[in-house]
Design a binder for this molecule. Structure first.
Ligand code: CA
Ligand code: CA
Ligand code: CA
Ligand code: CA
Length: 299
């Protein structure tokens, strides 16, 4: 689902509703909400306001990925528990507040960040419009985008997301790892473009973790994809294991990617032209992708 500027729309526009209910103070306080007997349902999603986790945004399904009791469609950090929805970083720096909460804002003291995309994979609608390739069986299941194949590359991508220079955040749980395939791991690939046949990987900048049997150990991964080849980078040892969960955060700027996993950050560049899509790629690894989020900067 595309959140757009949902958070910025909250808290306004409800004057003038009703009028049929009560009317005890008619004419004296024109900006006051209408008096409604009993709990109301101002967003009309079938849930009364006092039990609605987004009382001003229709969300009948009440999805709440981070469990902080603020629904995904109105949560200013839908992937991080922040029940207080604190967002004072910009105003504290003398700027206008943007719709992104302090807990997850890529630039917490600078205005104009927004959440452009949040896919929590609660329904098949969250995977609509995406393409797949390789030895894959991607499907939305159990609140995740799940791939269980481990034989080779499993790729899901979408080119037309208009996310140039975005910050991408994804959480993955490894559910299976090949014992024989050379490559095992996962990367979220930004600045992605793919328009050719099934043997081409496409082009983009990856952020994740990889075990390569041709290299010692397992390493954090900032992969540069270009055409039919990819170029992994060794960036420090880590460990892949079944049931491991990891959050990968990639900030893209032109042909440069800064990739963060845990406390480690690294930067790589690509020489090829890039587009504005995203790919989710696993090699030799079953994965449950729990969410994919993109921050962008408004002009
Ligand atoms: Ca609602
Ligand atoms: Ca929430
Ligand atoms: Ca939250
Ligand atoms: Ca903010």
């Amino acid at each position: 689902m595309i959140l757009g500027a949902v958070a910025g729309q909250l808290g306004c526009g409800f004057e003038g509703q009703g009028g049929a209910a009560g009317g005890a103070d008619a004419g004296t306080t024109p900006d006051a909400p209408a008096v409604i007997p009993g709990p109301g349902d101002k967003d009309g999603d079938g849930l009364k306001d006092n039990v609605d986790n987004c009382p001003a945004a229709p969300n009948a399904a009440q999805y709440d990925e981070d469990g902080d009791r603020v629904g995904d469609v109105c949560d200013n950090c839908p992937h991080l528990a922040n029940a207080g929805q604190e967002n004072v970083g910009e105003t504290g720096a003398g700027q206008a507040a943007d719709p992104v909460g302090d807990a997850c804002d890529p630039r917490p003291t600078v205005s104009k960040d927004r959440i452009s995309l949040f896919l929590a994979y609660n329904s098949t609608a969250d995977f609509a419009g995406w393409s797949v390739a390789g030895d894959q069986n991607f499907a939305v299941s159990g609140g995740a985008l799940r791939n269980t194949t481990t034989t080779d590359l499993a790729l899901a991508w979408r080119n037309d997301l208009d996310l140039r220079d975005a910050t991408l955040v994804t959480k993955v749980k490894y559910t299976a790892l090949s014992s024989t395939y050379q490559f095992r791991g996962f990367a979220v690939v930004g600045n992605f473009s793919r328009s050719t046949g099934n043997n081409a990987l496409g082009s983009g900048l990856g952020c994740g973790e990889m075990h390569d049997a041709g290299l010692p150990g397992t390493f954090f991964n900032a992969a540069r994809y270009g055409g039919t080849a990819f170029d992994n980078e060794v960036n420090g040892a880590t460990t892949l294991a079944v049931d491991k969960s990891a959050v990968y955060s990639a900030t893209l700027a032109g042909t440069t990617i800064s990739c963060r996993a845990g406390a480690q950050t690294w930067t790589r560049t690509a020489s090829f032209s890039v587009d504005d899509g995203i790919a989710l790629s696993a090699w030799g690894a079953g994965v449950d992708i729990e969410y994919l989020l993109a921050f962008t900067i408004d002009d």
